[in-house]
Design a protein around this ligand. Structure first.
Ligand SMILES: [Zn+2]
Length: 92
């Protein structure tokens, strides 16, 4: 079995971002989505686990219920910030 190192927080943010952005009036291009994800991840605690692909999903579910509120808040906040200051057109 191959052991992989995963940041659970990152998995949850990437999993939830598309669903959450559907309900937010903001640009949904790849650049903005990744900017929002970065914003959220820089403000959330990283949670690394050494796991196998098979057990990742069940561990994800446990942490997802725990971090749901914080992740939702961070992504929503990130969407507002990126909406005000989108990357496109800016010098990067
Ligand atoms: Zn965009």
């Amino acid at each position: 079995m191959e052991i992989i190192l995963k940041n659970i927080t990152e998995e949850i943010v990437l999993k939830k971002i598309d669903v959450l952005l559907n309900n937010i009036d903001c640009c949904k291009c790849e650049q903005c989505r990744m900017d929002i994800a970065s914003y959220a991840l820089n403000r959330l605690p990283a949670k690394y686990v050494a796991t196998t692909q098979g057990t990742l999903l069940s561990r994800l579910e446990i942490f997802e219920s725990q971090y749901n509120v914080a992740v939702t808040a961070a992504i929503t906040q990130g969407a507002m910030v990126v909406k005000e200051h989108p990357h496109h057109g800016n010098l990067s």
